[in-house]
Design a protein around this ligand. Structure first.
Ligand code: FES
Length: 168
């Protein structure tokens, strides 16, 4: 079970992390990793806090956060949809699959839906080239997709019925 910490407790934990890393600029990436684990993302207020506590310019912290794609300034949705646009998936209709997902969720790549249900990202290959086009929703892989199948699959997630989704 995941326990959600209060905001005060999150900052307290982050302060401890910064102290464990001696507030040393060389450890900024490790501190940011931990901040993302604690807060779920690294919003501007958290970046400012880190810059104050580690005594370094805010621009340095925000520069590192924006440089690495694994850092996020926005909370991720409950379901991360990863659309493969590697060569095999692309030539077999991956783009149409992506368009259908955007249409249904109302979000663009890199965004999270307002209800916090979905985030959307694009990947280069998820190891299912023989059954392209493929996507992942969290760690579940869906293969040989087309817009109709996407509609059915996403529909079940929207209804909160994802456990019953057929992967065929
Ligand atoms: S290219 Fe999409 S799974 Fe490999």
């Amino acid at each position: 079970m995941t326990v959600k910490l209060s905001e005060d407790k999150m900052y307290e934990t982050l302060a401890q992390v910064i102290s464990d890393y001696d507030a040393n600029e060389d450890n900024l990436i490790q501190v940011l990793h931990m901040a993302q684990v604690i807060f779920g993302c690294i919003p501007v207020e958290v970046q400012k806090y880190i810059s104050r506590e580690m005594d370094m310019p805010y621009s340095r912290v925000s520069g590192v956060v924006s440089f690495y794609s694994f850092f996020s300034t926005q909370p991720k949705g409950e379901y991360m949809i990863s659309v493969c646009l590697g060569t095999a998936c692309y030539v077999r209709g991956g783009k149409k699959v992506l368009e259908k997902i955007k249409e249904m969720t109302g979000i663009e790549v890199g965004e999270t839906s307002e209800d916090g249900l979905f985030s959307l990202q694009v990947m280069r290959c998820i190891g299912a080239c023989g059954l392209a086009p493929a996507i992942m929703i969290n760690d579940k892989v869906y293969k040989q997709l087309n817009p109709t199948k996407v509609e059915k699959i996403l529909g079940t997630y929207m209804k909160g019925d994802a456990v019953n989704v057929e992967n065929n």
